[in-house]
Design a protein around this ligand. Structure first.
Ligand code: HEM
Length: 418
């Protein structure tokens, strides 16, 4: 009797499992992914994984962190790093995933630019992506303040000061953001709130929008080919798998994503265990001191390119102060990428950059210029460094101004060919 009941229990369990699998299969097979995409299309999923690591490690750090200027530094550098078991591991994971997230975001963005994934019906994907970039930047900046080291304090001082450049309301705005006349305890507390509550909520919401926007035009592919997904899916389901241009999201595509995530995790834990300094500035291991300005103040590597655009203008031009020109250029640099779908005037043709000769050159100059800006953003802005920074900043601005012209000519010549 007992044996029969056991067997019954087992078959119930098996039935349930089969029902769940069937349900998953039907649900997931509604999503179809182009066959012709490479590992660069897994970067979005790598970003989701990194965001999950940031949330989990952040929750563990929160258990011991103290958002008070007299306690913050020790709570991180002494309590978490030395007293709490494995506290160092969670801190390293948090720091490395923040830095790695930007590396992957830049790869994800430049993949989108190269394959024209920002164009023709994909504008909302692009814009929600750029909102994610801005929200991630604010999240990283607010997080950098929390250990209350020298760089936390002075970077906050410099960045909040930038808002002072806004005409009329600038000065009042700086005090409002800081909650005090100087960067102080009130500043730390409000940035702590932004970092652990408001910004993560905004990021989750915008990720949901980003995904929702992806459902309508489907993801782009390596040939930027437009085809009927339903028709291709029917071919796949009717046994003509080789002929079909799509594969089901589950399990075929997701298994490839998991492979890329697995390889990335090897690289990630190598950094966490052996090169966590990649994500941390040595100057930030000194407690904040408002009486001692560090010799060079610079942000984390992922903000260096826009910081260099700001610093690049080091002399007055036509009676306009260098600082004001730098601020305007910095403001433009920060919105330039959002404007990309509108600056590209060749709206009809989506194609990878290697099939768009002028755009191909534009793309590689932009990438190289941003690398130069990043490298020089960390060096002291003196002598030839200052001039290289100046020319790289000018090239960056000119590239975005030239894009509508280049793409309009491209559109005309494509039109003439047809
Ligand atoms: C936390 C940040 C982000 C997450 C979690 C995320 C996630 C994803 C995922 C899962 C995909 C689909 C697969 C893929 O192409 O990778 C995707 C596509 C896309 N994302 Fe993001 N993304 C983020 C940030 C960004 C940013 C900063 C941009 C640039 C503005 C961007 C632009 C795009 C574009 C254009 C596509 C469509 C690609 C195509 O059609 O081929 N995303 N994103």
């Amino acid at each position: 009797m007992a044996e029969i009941r056991q067997a019954d229990g087992f078959s119930d369990w098996l039935d349930q499992r089969l029902a769940v699998r069937k349900f998953m299969k039907v649900m997931m097979s509604e999503y179809w992914i182009p066959k012709n995409i490479n590992f660069l299309w897994a970067m979005g999923v790598v970003l989701v994984v990194l965001f999950a690591i940031l949330m989990v490690s952040g929750i563990f750090l929160l258990m011991y962190y103290k958002p008070d200027i007299n306690l913050a530094f020790d709570s991180v550098n002494y309590t978490i790093m030395q007293e709490v078991e494995y506290g160092w591991l969670w801190r390293h994971m948090h720091g490395v995933s923040a830095s790695a997230a930007f590396l992957i975001i830049y790869i994800h963005m430049f993949t989108g630019i190269y394959y024209g994934s920002y164009k023709k019906g994909r504008e909302i994907i692009w814009i929600t992506g750029m909102i994610l970039f801005v929200a991630f930047s604010a999240e990283a900046f607010s997080g950098y303040m929390l250990p209350w080291g020298q760089m936390s304090y002075w970077a906050a001082q410099v960045i909040t000061n930038l808002f002072g450049g806004i005409p009329v309301i600038g000065e009042a705005l700086v005090i409002w953001i800081r909650g005090d006349f100087l960067v102080a305890d009130a500043t730390l507390t409000r940035f702590f709130m932004l970092h652990v509550v408001l910004l993560p909520l905004v990021i989750i919401l915008v990720i949901a929008l980003h995904f929702y926007a992806l459902r309508v035009p489907h993801v782009n592919n390596q040939a930027s080919e437009v085809f009927d997904f339903d028709k291709e899916a029917m071919k796949y389901l009717n046994g003509r798998k080789k002929e079909s241009k799509v594969v089901p999201f589950w399990p075929v595509f997701l298994s490839k994503d998991f492979f890329v995530v697995g390889v990335f995790m090897l690289f990630f834990f190598f950094l966490v265990c052996y090169h966590y300094d990649f994500a941390m500035d040595p100057i930030n291991f000194e407690p904040a001191n408002n009486m001692k300005t560090p010799a060079h103040i610079y942000p984390e590597w992922y903000f260096l390119w826009s910081y260099e655009v700001l610093r690049g203008f080091f002399f007055d031009i036509g009676g306009i102060a260098a600082m004001d020109i730098g601020l305007m250029a910095f403001g433009f640099a920060n919105v330039a990428f959002i404007l990309l779908p509108f600056l590209d005037r060749n709206t009809q043709h989506v194609a990878p950059a290697h099939q768009r000769p002028a755009f191909f050159v534009w793309f590689w100059i932009l990438l190289l210029d941003m690398i130069v800006l990043t490298v020089y953003g960390k060096l002291p802005p003196t002598g030839s460094n200052a001039w290289i920074g100046f020319f790289a900043a000018i090239i960056f601005l000119l590239l975005f101004m030239a894009l509508p012209i280049i793409t309009k000519i491209e559109a005309k010549s494509k039109g003439a060919q047809q």
